[in-house]
Design a protein around this ligand. Sequence first.
Ligand code: HPA
Length: 242
Amino acid sequence: MRAVIGGSGLEQLDGLVIEHRHQVDTPYGEPSAPVIQGRYEGQSLLFLSRHGERHQWPPHRVNYRANIHALKQLGAQQIVAVAAVGGLVEPNGPGALNVPDQILDYTWGRPQSFYDDGQGVEHIDFSQPYTPALRQSLLEAAQTAGEPAVDGGVYAATQGPRLETAAEVQRLIRDGAHLVGMTGMPEAALAREAELDYACLAVVANWGAGIADSELSLDEIYQTLARSMQRVRHVLAAWVAA
Ligand code: HPA
C-alpha cells in the first residue's frame, strides 16, 4: 500500500475519502497523529501528518520512529514524504518542487534508529538514501500532472526549530546542498531500516536565510506553501493513479 507523510502546509490531504482513522500504538509510542486510511483518486492510501493534526510537533520532537513503524504496521510499502524546504541554489527558488536524491544530515539528539537498546547491530546501505524507482515514479507523476519537479538535489537536514543563520546557509551551499529542511532525517533512514520504499517531494517555500535581501517572514513562507500545496495534490493524485 502507498502512504503519504504530509509536512508543514499539508496537515490533511483534501480529496482523501476517509475510511478509517487508525489510532496506532507502536513500541516507540504514538505517531504524530492518527493514520488516515482512505481512497484518493479511487486508490487506497495511508496519510500521516508529520507535525500532528494541529501542527503541534516541532521537527526535533517528531516521533519519527513511531511514524514509520505505524505506517509499516498498517501495510505501507511505499512512502512519499512531502516536506517544506528552503532553496539554496537555482533552480530551487520559492515555488519550485524538487525530488531530492541525496541527504546531508546535520541533526542531533533525535532517536535515529530502530536498532537501539540491545536489538542487535545493523548497518543499512544508505548510499542512495531515497529509493531510485520511487523517485522516478514521483518525477513521472509530476510530469503527468503538469507540475514538473526538479530531478535531484542534496537535501540538508538541520535541527531547527529555528531557521538557519546566513553563515550556516553559506556553509550548507559550500557543502554541496541545494535544499534545506528540518525533517528529512532520521525519517529517510528509518524508512530504509524498515525496508520501505521512500522518496521525498520537497516544496520550496523560501530562499535560505541571507540569500534574498529581506528577512525570512513566516507569513510569506506559509503563503508560498499554501499556493504550492494545490500543485502537490495534483502530483500525488497522478502518483496514486499510476
Ligand atoms: N530552513 C529550514 N527548513 C525550512 C526552511 C528553511 O529555510 N524553509 C522551510 N523549511
